[in-house]
Design a protein around this ligand. Structure first.
Ligand code: ADP
Length: 260
């Protein structure tokens, strides 16, 4: 594998330089593949011990609670929440590996978007007491899709809206039904995204290099996963934003002929 790279270097100042580029390119592709394989393997290896750790921590917390040893029980609640965060990151890596390998599976069924949005908003709200999520929908809408993956789309958009709004507590979610499409908008009043970054945020591993978001953790995968799922459902995702004022992410799905 290394000789291929060397080959590229040798050809650099040679009339056959183009051949070197071809070799360089295939070496780069192979490196990319190896990196993807590593991410997939590492996340698989991390998942099992994490599951065991989570189970044991929960059992121990229940035991302490039953015995009335509440300070220990509360320390374990913190541990559970940290384990949950790591698990989410590992799951993101696993999902991305599946997308890269074309192995993301979808189970198609009619999905009531209004009910799903409210359910996800409630779950995210429980973990974000400092913010207020307001769901407004003017109509019920059904699309054919994978309920779990669509739930993941809304979870990621809502979590981001909260994560990137450190000083602004309200996040609005609107569901609208038009003649041909159903749209879901997630609007925050947080940091906002500069124009030149707006396309890049949907790329794999891309994070905006802004000192204001230095303390906000993430791997730059959430929106890549969102875009993949939305596209697979025949939908589109767009973003409007103003730095310092906030962002609105709009997901549009084709409307069911018989739906809503
Ligand atoms: P992560 O949040 O893990 O970094 P994402 O793929 O979800 O990854 O987002 C990519 C980048 O897009 C983030 O790092 C952030 O810079 C920007 N971003 C996403 N959502 C928002 C938002 N609601 N407001 C401001 N910036 C956002």
């Amino acid at each position: 594998r290394l000789p291929v790279l060397v080959g590229g270097a040798v050809f650099q100042h040679h009339p056959l330089r183009a051949v070197g580029f071809v070799l360089d390119n295939s070496a780069r592709k192979e490196l990319e593949q190896r990196k993807d394989d590593f991410i997939s393997m590492a996340s698989h290896e991390l998942r099992n011990p994490l599951t065991a750790l989570k189970l044991q921590t929960t059992l121990l917390r229940r035991q302490f609670t039953r015995q009335g040893i509440l300070d220990q029980a509360s320390a374990l609640v913190n541990m559970e929440s940290q384990i949950h965060k790591i698990t989410r990151l590992v799951e993101e890596l696993l999902d991305v590996s599946k997308i890269q390998a074309g192995r993301l599976e979808y189970a198609w069924e009619p999905v009531d978007l209004d009910a799903l949005l409210r359910e996800i908003a409630e779950t995210v709200q429980q973990t974000s007491p400092g913010h207020r999520i307001l769901v407004q929908s003017v109509a019920r809408a059904t699309v054919t899709g994978d309920r779990d993956w669509l739930g993941q789309v809304f979870t990621n958009l809502l979590s981001n809206a909260i994560k990137y709004s450190p000083g602004a507590e309200t996040v609005e979610v609107d569901l609208c039904v038009y003649a041909e499409t159903v749209t879901i908008q997630v609007r925050d009043h947080g940091l906002g995204i500069a124009r030149e970054q707006r396309d890049k945020i949907f790329e794999r591993f891309y994070r905006v290099a802004d000192p204001r978001q230095k303390a906000i953790s993430g791997l730059g995968l959430g929106l890549y996963i969102v875009a993949e799922i939305v596209t697979h459902h025949g939908g589109t995702i767009t973003v409007e934003s103003a730095v310092g004022k906030g962002s609105t992410f709009t997901v549009a799905f084709p409307k069911e002929k018989s739906g809503s």
